[in-house]
Design a protein around this ligand. Sequence first.
Ligand SMILES: Cc1cc2nc3c(=O)[nH]c(=O)nc-3n(C[C@H](O)[C@H](O)[C@H](O)COP(=O)(O)OP(=O)(O)OC[C@H]3O[C@@H](n4cnc5c(N)ncnc54)[C@H](O)[C@@H]3O)c2cc1C
Length: 390
Amino acid sequence: MSASLLASFKLAHLPPEAEKFRAEVKAFLQAEQPDEPADIRARSWMGHDAAFSRKLAARGWVGVTLPREYGGAQMDAFQRFVLVEELLASGAPVAAHWIADRQSGPLIHKFGTDAQRAFYLPKICAAEAFFCIGMSEPNAGSDLASVGTRAVRLPCGGWRLNGRKVWTTHAQRCQYMIALVRSSGEPQDRQKGLSQFIVDLHLPGVTVRPIEDLTGDAHFTEVFFDDVLLADDALVGNEGDGWAQVNAELAFERSGPERIYSSIVLLERWVTCLRAAAGDGSSDAHAATVGRLAVHLATLRNMSIAVTARLAAGESPLVESALLKDLGTEFEQSIASLIEAAISADPAAPVDAELYRAAAYVNQVAPSYSLRGGTREILRGMIARGLGLR
Ligand SMILES: Cc1cc2nc3c(=O)[nH]c(=O)nc-3n(C[C@H](O)[C@H](O)[C@H](O)COP(=O)(O)OP(=O)(O)OC[C@H]3O[C@@H](n4cnc5c(N)ncnc54)[C@H](O)[C@@H]3O)c2cc1C
């Protein structure tokens, strides 16, 4: 790794106030978290439970970095890190408010008008408005600059939206999508002429069709826009600035603890099984596997805190976020395969039905970790560019 890229991962520590906050979150989770088995908790940030999100909101823990005047907790990025880390570690069902808390709320706060802030942010903080991400399309996934969904400005004011998004997580359960669309120019203009719009998913002309994945969950969707009429104030930021805005969002999307913790409930269940059997001759090999995973986790966590520090300083560390997501998802994927290999190699391995169900679920979804939020090849291309190799 080049010295400059290495240097940008400066060792950063969670401030003592953030660590103090951890105890509060743990106590809340002990009291309020639904008592679910590991295979349900393993859904982690894909688990949608609006009632649970509202309980968090009642504590002020949704839209946490937003200012108090909008109902936010005005927390710093490190407190948010602790909150997110604890929610994920316990497998809390946080999908309902996840996108709005992580990126849509901060995006509207940064680029929106006063009226947009006043309308959307209090709803986000109350967990009354859930958002989804409308970037990918059938012919524009990795190549996001070639989006074909188009908003045409109408002479009488407002916009007419036509096109189709795909793989939109939880659109069927959200009120709003922030969609990246072409608002001027032609597809060959690439990044130029793209804008972001807040689309009310209940408007006439919007059709949301759930897509079932390998596990039988229908968490993502296809969304069709047929002559959807948008008001002028659906545009977020300036017309034509969509590409820059999306890139700012992606640094937040790729660098958080969720890119490390997606399989953590499975690991925790494995450790629980090993602990229960401790003294029964459980092999050193299992302890070594867990130790290796723990060390790996600790390193990635430090890198995530380092990127959080850069984001908190107002920077947009896109290459570092890409590196972290690539390494983080590789780690998350390795948890399922290492545990499976450990169990297969040891007929006396201490297992229970809950562990098997969690392992089956994680094994099925793990391949998606390195697709969602940008594929491995695309991230490695960005890293190569960051290293000056392309
Ligand atoms: C669980 C899940 C949830 C998702 N949620 C959302 C969501 O909420 N909102 C949203 O907008 N999208 C979402 N996505 C979509 C995701 O962002 C895309 O799947 C991803 O960006 C890849 O795009 P694609 O599927 O069109 O694949 P493609 O771009 O067609 O890529 C196919 C393969 O080709 C490789 N490839 C493509 N271009 C290159 C290149 N230039 N160099 C080398 N290799 C290349 C890719 O790495 C990949 O392996 C989700 C995806 C998943 C799996």
